[in-house]
Write a new protein. Structure first.
Length: 159
């Protein structure tokens, strides 16, 4: 297996697209987390958090983007893909990422309460997993964290 060459400018570009998804979620009152799934340099799935509007506790941004990508390419496995998400994945999404065989996850802001990539453990490094996913955090972390902070600040001011 040859080492993967990482293009930081591509990571920034696709994280900006994930931020656009997060903004769409904020516009409809959802917690602003966005995700895009990229394969061969093209977005094959995108989504934002929408558990409130869909009445679906599993409708996290990652879940929405992965479902869209799987439907688009007609395959439940997504090898060679990279998921860009504005917030560190939770345990539910981390499990989905492994089952979908996503090759790489790039996240923006850390999630100290429920993030399992680095904050609450290193889920993707567990020996029992049958697939290895590369994980990198901190891409546009300030912007990704700011959109969440602004959303919750506005919510508290309304209350």
């Amino acid at each position: 297996m040859r080492p993967q060459i990482i293009d930081r400018s591509r990571d920034v570009h696709f994280m900006q697209l994930a931020l656009e998804q997060a903004r769409l979620g904020a516009q409809v009152g959802e917690v602003p987390v966005g995700a895009v799934l990229v394969q061969d340099g093209e977005v094959i799935g995108a989504g934002f958090n929408c558990p409130i509007t869909r009445h679906d506790p599993s409708a996290h941004a990652e879940m929405v983007a992965i479902r869209a990508a799987a439907a688009a390419i007609q395959n439940y496995r997504l090898p060679g893909s990279t998921l860009y998400v504005t917030l560190e994945p939770c345990s539910m999404c981390a499990g989905l990422i492994v089952h979908a065989r996503i090759s790489r996850v790039v996240f923006g802001a850390s999630e100290p309460r429920a993030g399992v990539a680095v904050s609450r453990g290193q889920f993707f490094e567990q020996a029992f997993l049958n697939h290895r996913t590369l994980v990198e955090g901190g891409v546009l972390a300030e912007e990704c964290g700011a959109i969440l902070s602004e959303f919750f600040r506005a919510r508290r001011q309304k209350a």
